[in-house]
Ligand binder design. Structure first.
Ligand code: FUB
Length: 348
């Protein structure tokens, strides 16, 4: 009888499926988890989702977040602490709204928080161009102090910083649709550009971006490059290939000497991976990491801790609303050849 009662109480999706894992916290809504190991402990830098009346649209205006809170835990499965406000949009001189997916890095005694937000200066279409900012703190949980201006030369959103074994750090960033990458295709912002993609399905897809950071961790060291994803024939994945092309949510990690470029496919809701021999790519498409979760967005990070690899991701289990998400974690496995068996976010 006890087993039956437990099963009846188990949370299920609106269509009756059982979840693979449970939310890390029910104190606040969180998404886009960028996890890092600092001093042996796990810190997660998520978006802090908030309630809004703004209806869902292709630009993601319903993601109306205005601050960041950090989560920490000693190990996966241990108690999760939700820390105070790490940075609020009011403390960022150049930003107006939409504090979307952040990331963090550590170098020489300083923690860096990278975040996108809309520039206060409105473009002709009154959209507010996304830029990427940086803020610093002596503590991994903040509070962080923002630089007065966005990173020069930055645009679009979803920054993710990867530091290689030789100490060089690279920022991966960008996203199409509401992330505005399609508007930058000719090198400068096109206020009249498409709200979604280039609408050239038989041409190479828009690439996510990669750039090496200077030692100050606050400026780009070189012109921004394309992180190109190739298919099994060495040809760029095409814009119409929505199950494989880059949409947003870059995250890079290194394993067995290979660089794993991982990302979301947006409107087809997969997390994918592609493998390259250096941080700039090109990266060859390999497969899906995660099947679609409950909710529109899928955004993740991958770390190694306690001798295992972990996938941090998010769904909408607690709210069933696209803009009120909750962060989760599950183990990520590798086959002997380095490939990743696809994870189903629901139990069989
Ligand atoms: O959370 C707002 C935006 O939705 C993120 O920046 C994207 O990656 C998507 O998750």
């Amino acid at each position: 009888a006890a087993t039956t009662a437990l099963a009846a109480d188990e949370p299920r999706s609106p269509d009756g499926r059982r979840y693979l894992s449970q939310p890390l916290t029910s104190e606040i809504y969180t998404a886009d988890p960028s996890a890092h190991v600092f001093n042996g402990k796990i810190y997660v830098y998520p978006s802090h989702d908030v309630e809004t009346d703004i209806p869902d649209d292709d630009l993601g205006n319903q993601y109306a977040m205005h601050d960041y809170r950090v989560l920490s835990m000693d190990r996966v499965g241990g108690p999760v602490k939700v820390h105070g406000v790490a940075l609020d949009v009011k403390q960022v001189p150049w930003a107006s709204q939409q504090m979307w997916a952040p990331d963090a890095a550590y170098k020489n005694g300083t923690y860096y928080l990278y975040f996108p937000a809309r520039d206060k200066a409105l473009d002709k279409n009154k959209l507010g161009t996304f830029r990427i900012g940086v803020a610093t703190s002596k503590s991994p949980t903040g509070p962080f102090k923002a630089e007065p201006n966005p990173i020069p030369g930055s645009f679009s959103m979803d920054p993710a910083v990867f530091t290689d074994a030789n100490g060089a750090s690279y920022m991966y960033f960008g996203g199409i649709w509401g992330g505005q990458l399609q508007r930058w295709n000719n090198g400068k912002f096109d206020p009249n550009g498409s709200d979604t993609d280039l609408q050239q399905d038989d041409q190479p897809a828009i690439s996510g971006k990669v750039v090496r950071l200077n030692a100050d961790m606050k400026t780009f060291a070189e012109p921004v490059r394309d992180a190109v994803i190739l298919d099994e024939n060495g040809k760029p994945v095409l814009g119409g290939d929505h199950e494989r092309r880059f949409f947003e949510a870059s995250w890079v990690f290194k394993r067995g000497g290979k660089y794993y470029y991982t990302y979301s496919t947006g409107d087809t809701h997969f997390l994918n991976y592609a493998i390259g021999d250096n941080p700039y790519g090109p990266f060859t498409y390999k497969g899906h990491i995660l099947k679609p979760v409950q909710g529109w967005t899928s955004h993740h990070s991958i770390i190694e801790h306690g001798g295992k690899w972990w996938l941090f991701y998010a769904d909408t289990q607690r709210s069933n609303k696209n803009h009120l998400r909750n962060v989760k974690v599950t183990e990520l496995k590798f086959a002997p050849d380095g490939s990743i068996p696809t994870i189903d976010p629901f139990l069989p």
